[in-house]
Design a protein around this ligand. Sequence first.
Ligand SMILES: [Zn+2]
Length: 161
Amino acid sequence: MSQKLPKCYQCGGAFTRRIAPPHHRKLRYEGTAYDVLVTDMPEWHCAACDLSVTDEEGDEPLQAALRKHIGLLTPQQIKAGIKELGITQEKFAERIRCAPESISRWLNGAVLQSRVYDCLMRIYFEFPQVRNALDEFSPGVTFGQTVAHARDADVTGCPAA
Ligand SMILES: [Zn+2]
């Protein structure tokens, strides 16, 4: 079962799948555009006219490149941190006053956590006193979820125009 390769819309040649050569892109995070080195993004390439086209499969590598550039915790680090605490994702969300859906999106790489949540997770993972302080305080879940949703709406990581 062979999939038919799409045709280049510039010259009619055949597109092939490849990893784009390393290049810089302007990517936005929390209102700032960063010049990010992208090294492992899949793209369609036409050898005949050298046209390159990306699709949605490039989104995750772009997010990963931006995450690395800014220095945010990776999904693997967050996952490991939660595992070490021995609590569920839902419990962790509750403890740091965040919507469970936000944690899921951070873990699957679809959305970058805000800097504030990145800092909060780091100190929550690192310091038992911080955990005690937050765990003892009974959270206003509704308020926490509202804040998390407002933040996620702002953090798209979309390439700048
Ligand atoms: Zn072409």
